[in-house]
Design a protein around this ligand. Structure first.
Ligand code: NAP
Length: 342
């Protein structure tokens, strides 16, 4: 018999292996029947994590049909959307269609919500075979059901923004919140963002500026992204380098920054980020493609005295902060809107 606290974590949904929390499970029970403290969502759209989508897309050579089949298969096999290679998921939007009598989430049937917990721990059943998705973008029109636990978090979708925009912004809302917190606590003056023209990257730049950082550097991979980021006006300096080439990153960034935020969606950015960070500084690894061992051993091998933080997807107030930055910063909108496929 599970305690209320254990049920709140979703332990009742773990099928395999026994004894782990839902995020670590190989397989969850995605039965749409809700328990007394659970909430069911009629799913409308998934947002696949950028690192996961890139990995799926590259491993199927951009074949959308194959990517779609792979996602359908993962969800059917695992009862959740967790890419077995990257380990990452994403989040979803939908409409609340059942609320257990003991759910503490304050949601009501009919509420339009975005889940703010990862798909890697959300019981999910797909009923339409993702027939309306071409497998070529992170946003996936979908029909099915998802389950929230008593300790899950969800945001009611704002009325003033297109759902696809809210979904994209909320998926990465942990990044600007983590950046703001680190910059404030360290009283950081200089901040470098790797992958600065992406969704989490541009929000992180805007968040750093909002809490008083004075020297903002945005690193991007291509001249086209450099032009877009320069036009957006979110960075004091825009540099071009491949984030996976540590020496190129160090050369492009120049004087190391107090804080570096890693927002790329590819593997191999750890060493460049460490080189780009001043002694005593902090690296926030928001990217799900980060290797803990590469970061830890790389820093040791460089005798780099840097604090390295895993970008926690949850910080209190993160959703409102990110949506607020999207609304207030034209530069953020200019960079995110073209990435959002309606
Ligand atoms: P995004 O919008 O696709 O942005 C990623 C950016 O990185 C793009 O501008 C991309 O450029 C750039 N990039 C890719 N390879 C690069 C390279 N070698 N050098 C320099 N720039 C490069 O992705 P996002 O949605 O912001 O997500 C970014 C990361 O956050 C992902 O790894 C994702 O897994 C992670 N994430 C973490 C959490 C969490 O809770 N910690 C939650 C959500 C997402 P191109 O567009 O030209 O490829």
């Amino acid at each position: 018999m599970l305690s209320t606290g254990q049920r709140a974590l979703g332990v009742q949904r773990v099928l395999d292996p026994a004894g782990v929390l839902p995020q670590a499970a190989r397989r969850l029970d995605a039965d749409p029947a809700v328990g007394p403290d659970e909430v069911r969502i009629a799913v409308q759209r998934l947002n696949l994590d950028a690192a996961s989508f890139r990995q799926l897309s590259e491993s199927h050579a951009g074949d959308g049909e194959a990517v779609r089949a792979a996602v359908v298969d993962i969800v059917a096999t695992r009862g959740k959307m967790q890419n077995p290679v990257t380990g990452s998921g994403g989040m979803l939007i939908g409409v609340v269609d059942a609320v257990g009598p003991e759910s503490p989430l304050g949601l009501a049937v009919g509420d339009r919500v975005a889940t703010l917990v990862s798909l890697t721990l959300t019981p999910l059943r797909i009923t339409d075979g993702l027939a309306r998705w071409d497998g070529r973008s992170e946003q996936v029109p979908a029909e099915g059901t998802a389950i929230l636990f008593a300790r899950s978090i969800a945001a009611v979708l704002p009325d003033d923004l297109p759902d696809a925009v809210s979904l994209a912004v909320l998926d990465v809302c942990g990044a600007p919140a983590a950046t703001a917190r680190v910059v404030e606590r360290a009283r950081a003056r200089s901040v470098t963002v790797l992958g600065a023209a992406g969704k989490s990257g541009c929000l992180s730049l805007a968040a750093a500026r909002a809490v008083g950082a004075l020297e903002l550097t945005g690193l991007v991979r291509t001249e086209a992204e450099a032009a877009a980021l320069t036009a957006a006006g979110l960075a004091d300096r825009v540099v071009v380098a491949d984030a996976t080439d540590p020496l190129a990153v160090a050369a492009a960034v120049g004087t190391p920054a107090d804080v570096t935020v890693v927002c790329v969606d590819v593997q191999g950015a750890e060493h460049g980020a460490i080189l780009a960070t001043a002694d005593g500084g902090t690296v926030v690894f928001f990217s799900m493609a980060t290797s803990f061992s590469a970061a830890a051993l790389g820093a040791e091998g460089m005798a780099a005295d840097v604090t390295m933080l895993v970008g926690n997807g949850y910080t209190p107030g993160h959703a409102d902060l990110a949506l607020g930055l999207y609304r207030s910063e034209a530069g953020v909108r200019a960079l995110i809107d073209p990435r959002v496929v309606e």
